[in-house]
Design a protein around this ligand. Structure first.
Ligand code: 5GP
Length: 200
């Protein structure tokens, strides 16, 4: 059976990374590692957090159609390598894409296969600012730009299938697991089962 494609977006600093890490402890998902031109933060490892790439290399890969989707965010490119998606889904692996809104909208508008999308919200803008500052890895102007982008991204929340408020990690993980379990019960996934059982 084909794997599920799950898109997760939400403000930088909303806690997507922590929640997805926790989620991977509960369910078997493949988290797509993106390519980016931004500088690594302290503690980030090439090939684990991102594939860190020069702008010239990224643009060469765009020309070669090597991305499932890509976007420019806060002055840098971010993209999902194509090999992280189709082959895995065809093998039956569930794939999570943790991507910003422009990339997600492109998939929503053009992708022909099933997927579902979740928008993760911080409890408030004040809390988001607090979390971004507590991370301590970004310069002031970067934090302010990210807050501004977060305010514009939230306007697209109704393009997503679900929203999850990241109040506590436990609650957000619980909500996402409920969404995943509900999605598994969609009739589009029933055909393979019916055929196996000899109903059709
Ligand atoms: P950060 O710099 O905080 O790691 O990421 C900035 C934003 O880029 C986040 O919203 C993150 O979800 C998004 N992002 C990470 N990888 C990708 C990708 O492959 N494609 C797109 N469109 N956005 C991405």
């Amino acid at each position: 059976m084909r794997g599920m494609l799950i898109i997760i977006s939400g403000a930088s600093g909303a806690g997507k990374g922590t929640i997805i890490k926790e989620l991977l402890e509960h369910e078997k998902f493949s988290l797509s590692v993106s390519r980016t031109t931004r500088t690594p933060r302290v503690g980030e490892i090439d090939g684990i957090h991102y594939y860190f790439t020069s702008r010239a290399e990224f643009e060469r890969l765009i020309d070669e159609n090597a991305f499932f989707e890509y976007a420019e965010y806060n002055g840098n490119y971010y993209g999902t390598p194509i090999e992280n998606v189709e082959k895995k889904l065809a093998e039956g692996t569930n794939v999570i894409l943790e991507i910003e809104v422009q990339g997600a909208l492109k998939i929503m508008d053009f992708y022909g296969n099933p997927f579902f999308s979740i928008f993760m919200l911080p409890p408030s803008l004040t809390e988001l600012e607090k979390r971004l500052r507590e991370r301590g890895t970004q310069a002031e102007d970067d934090i302010l730009r990210r807050l501004k982008i977060a305010q514009s991204e939230v306007l697209y929340v109704d393009r997503y299938d679900y929203f999850v408020v990241n109040d506590t990690v436990e609650k957000a993980v619980f909500d996402i697991l409920n969404i995943v379990n509900t999605e598994k019960l969609r009739t589009k996934y029933c055909n393979a089962l019916l055929q196996k059982g000899g109903f059709i």
